[in-house]
Design a protein around this ligand. Structure first.
Ligand SMILES: NC(=O)C1=CN([C@@H]2O[C@H](COP(=O)(O)OP(=O)(O)OC[C@H]3O[C@@H](n4cnc5c(N)ncnc54)[C@H](O)[C@@H]3O)[C@@H](O)[C@H]2O)C=CC1
Ligand SMILES: O=C(O)CCC(=O)C(=O)O
Length: 527
């Protein structure tokens, strides 16, 4: 009988479902706070069900010899080291919609609390002070609400904001103009949002792009008297910068549900008269906790008892029969998507998948889902193979599949083309007999390259001297080249260079590469 550990507080519904379905379950709601004890016993379990208190680090995963699945009863998975779990073959699943309404409602409640100073007024009234003149609020009607991250939760906040007669503007690189129109929000750039908003609310995942998205330079671009709400993740705001802006009066108030370090039992913003704080309560309603507990328990049981995969962040939904043949192509599709996604900086209108040769007769639905996941993952941390096609549809990204019986130079080939307002960018790959995915074509230029964890992509003019200067720059920066791959349209024409390097590439080095006279674009890619 599989054994599951629940190490955070979950509704009793989850425990009951595990028991009813014949899974042995240990419920230890405070264990997430005790790293040592958790590390001691994790080796005994096939499944781990968590919320946000348990930090599933690479170190913990090292000790989890039998673990097959981690189930996050909630949305954000920034407390799980997904690459470490993937490397150990552990599936990570979440419940992407179960607490969205509840969290959006909390953001709206925080906005009202700020506008009318309800927590302060409540405390003062309980003290018997009756300070009627002290608490002068502001109306929400006709004010501009700026939403950063207009996904599931941000969209619900937008609908509620519109219902409150606010003018809603949104910054989200993946919000299509059509979706913005459907929602009734005005899609704007980030600086414009900062400049125009009376209230700003954050609803992005925590990624390398969103970390510190509100720092002192962002705060200074905002209107004097702006009010900020954060019910997403603490690290999105530089807390010391926010304190300075609150102290100076530039920011009139901040309502924070999340903090850079949690649990936050002491904090530089605690006690500030213009700060409303809650202890990561965004998802804490009876309804949301029932939803996520039920979903996570059912999903984990389905996987442990039947091998069925739902809402996995690191694993495609594939039946047992087709798995051996399909899996390397799923990996290829996701890597091609990730390659194109990392190179795409403007709104995506469409993604076209061309399946040629053997692969055209496989389960292309799973392959397309993997490819879309790869394209979206750089900005949508929680997207997975199940949700990716729906997310793309919702965002107005047209998905097209083309199948051809044979491939010109390979037995099987996948070509992924991303269509943006400005251009179409295609990348193609295959799987060789060794089972490894390879890139064989970029923007119509033939080449052959393996994917590596850290790569530099350069487009350049095919002129003498480029390779020497490029390699010299990397050498001078102490960056070791692992593989070096070149391709060009024709002598002296457009060329592409794809280099795998050991370790990271500092931005300054990329700037130097970009400044080489024959270089058009240089970008670091991580796989
Ligand atoms: N306080 C709480 O208890 C809860 C917090 N959350 C947090 O809320 C976050 C959002 O959740 P959902 O709306 O369900 O996720 P989602 O994935 O549906 O939406 C996130 C949106 O952020 C956008 N985005 C990504 N990078 C961006 C960037 N650099 N700038 C602007 N927008 C960007 C994406 O395009 C997407 O539309 C979660 O990742 C989680 O961290 C979620 C549930 C409860
Ligand atoms: O489980 C919780 O209380 C936190 C929920 C959350 O932050 C999430 O779902 O991302």
């Amino acid at each position: 009988m599989p054994r599951v550990l629940i190490s955070d507080k979950l509704s009793p519904t989850a425990v009951q479902i595990f028991k009813d379905r014949g899974v042995d379950v240990d419920y230890m709601p405070d264990l997430g706070k005790d790293k040592e004890k958790l590390a001691e016993i994790i080796g005994n379990y096939d499944g781990l069900a968590i919320r946000s208190n348990t930090k599933v680090t690479a170190k913990l995963i090292e000790k989890a010899g039998a673990l097959k699945v981690i189930g996050r009863a909630g949305i954000g998975v920034d407390n799980v080291d997904i690459p470490a779990a993937t490397a150990k073959g552990i599936i990570v699943m979440n419940t992407p919609f179960g607490n969205s309404i509840t969290t959006a409602e909390h953001a709206i409640a925080m906005m009202f609390a700020l506008a009318r100073q309800i927590p302060e007024a409540n405390a003062s009234t309980h003290e018997g002070k009756w300070e009627k003149n002290r608490f002068m609020g502001v109306e929400l009607t006709s004010k501009t609400l700026g939403i950063i991250g207009c996904g599931n939760i941000g969209s619900i906040v937008a609908e509620r904001g519109i219902g409150l007669k606010m003018h809603v503007i949104a910054f989200d690189p993946f919000l299509s103009p059509e979706r913005a129109v459907d929602l009734g929000v005005e899609k704007v750039e980030l600086d414009e949002l900062f400049r125009r908003s009376d209230f700003i609310t954050l609803h992005t995942p925590m990624t390398e792009k969103t970390r510190n998205i509100i720092d002192i330079s962002a705060l200074l671009k905002m209107k004097k008297g702006v009010r900020i709400i954060n019910c997403a993740r603490g690290g999105l705001i530089v807390e010391a910068d926010l304190k300075a802006a609150l102290d100076s009066g530039h920011v009139a108030g901040a309502a924070l549900d999340v903090f850079e370090i949690e649990p936050a039992t002491s904090h530089l913003l605690f006690g500030h008269p213009n700060v409303v704080a809650t202890p990561h309560l965004g998802a804490s309603t009876t309804e949301a906790q029932e939803n996520v507990a039920l979903q996570v328990a059912e999903q984990m049981c389905d996987y442990l008892l039947k091998g069925a995969v739902t809402n996995a962040l690191n694993m495609p939904s594939i039946s047992a029969d087709e798995a051996p043949r399909l899996t390397p192509f799923v990996k290829l599709a996701e890597l091609l998507g990730s390659f194109a996604g990392q190179l795409t900086e403007t709104g995506i209108k469409g993604i076209r998948l061309e399946y040629e040769g053997d692969v055209s007769r496989m389960n292309t639905r799973a392959l397309t889902a993997a490819a879309i996941t790869g394209v979206l993952r750089p900005v949508l941390q929680s997207v997975n193979m199940v949700s990716a096609p729906a997310v793309a549809k919702e965002r107005g990204i047209a998905i097209e599949e083309v199948r051809r019986d044979s491939a010109a130079n390979h037995e099987a080939l996948i070509r992924l083309v991303v269509v943006t307002e400005r251009q179409e960018r295609g990348v193609a790959g295959t799987v060789f007999a060794d089972g490894k995915p390879r890139i064989v074509e970029i923007k119509g230029i033939r080449m052959e390259a393996e994917f590596g964890p850290s790569m530099i992509y350069v487009t350049n003019e095919d002129k003498p001297g480029f390779i020497g200067r490029f390699a010299g720059l990397l050498g001078d920066a102490g960056i070791n080249i692992a593989t070096f791959n070149l391709g060009r349209h024709a002598q002296g024409a457009d060329a592409i260079c794809l280099v795998e390097v050991d370790g990271d590439v500092p931005a300054a080095v990329l700037d130097e590469v970009s400044a080489l006279p024959m270089v058009r674009q240089a970008k670091h890619l991580a796989f």
